[in-house]
Write a new protein. Sequence first.
Length: 373
Amino acid sequence: MSAYSPGFNSRASDWSQVVAKVEVSERLSGSDGLALYRHPDVAEVGALANQVCERMNGRRAFFVRNQHLNPTNICEVDCLFCGFKRDRLSQPGAYRLSLEQVDQTVARMDPLLTEIHIVSGLDPDLPFEYYVELLRRIKAARPQVHIKAFTAVEIVYYAHKFAKTIAEVLGEFKAAGLDALPGGGAEVFSARVRRKLCPDKASAEEWLECHREAHRLGIPTNATILYGHIETDGERVDHFLRLRELEDHAPGFLTFIPLAFQHGNNPLGRLRAAPADADLRNLAVARLLLDNFPHIKAYWVTIGMEAAGQALRYGADEIEGTVVDERIMNMAGSRSGSGISLEQLLGLIRGAGRRPVERDALYNVVREYPAAA
Ligand code: V47
């Protein structure tokens, strides 16, 4: 249990109280978080988040030139929301890249790339050395590129499978070239939700422990929430507060990315779609509750381009990058495509009245672009 206890029956604060706290940069409580979810006018929630975002980032909006690499989709756990996993190689759509195939993929990547994002299934037939060698080869081929690889769920799985501690897995991966961890696998921390959707993988406590350990070892990480299925307002607020508490005690988070549930090709897909304002509201609430997270990212792959542009006025200071070859959301029915051009990204940011800033994986500025073309 974490130290605060929002309780799912807590009462929401009065709206005016929340506004007053934001004006003076006072930390919001769980009850304030509920008020942000229950407030009928999402534009007002967005305006508050925008105020905080501009205080932190001015009118800049970040993006990165990145590419996704998903080495295997063979996975031994069944998460009800997943359209990416396959049980075995003989199934249609299943694949596992050899290290030589990884080399070839990396050789074809954009020479101006600054980040590679790697997420895999929990493949029971790959040895530990595969992952170490994969990191080594990518780092040798592209020493300037940051490798953001393996969600906490994967790290915890390797620790159990190969009889290592989480710190040992992270330490060996760091020595081989790992620079940062992606934020996936967090889903919703609520034990109720995890029991129903993903009972067989890392628990909320293990996910948090892995990120705490990574930060301790100097490996920065991201965090996500998977929303728009069976979770309640209170469970979302609880998720944010647990992340905020971890960042208070073991800083190292770079950005927070709300992931909108994609309904295709998965057992949970028959659920009704989330309310139309859910994407913008979750981004805004994230900006307001996660006051110690430097960045909030709009992930156009799940919310679409239009909402990603609007998100820059609802608390997000960052749009996911060029993302060549995204598979996890595309195999779960995302209709946003698996990559966009630099020109499209710049247009999206400028259309929102922001100044585009290309960053590297650690948010160092690679290039500032003019606000208008
Ligand atoms: O943990 C799986 C999510 C995550 C679905 O750190 C789904 O920058 C929506 O780690 N609908 C893995 N989401 C991806 C991940 C990630 C993604 C984007 C940015 C970053 C980052 C990391 O994908 C999983 C799960 O939460 N996911 N299936 C689905 N049907």
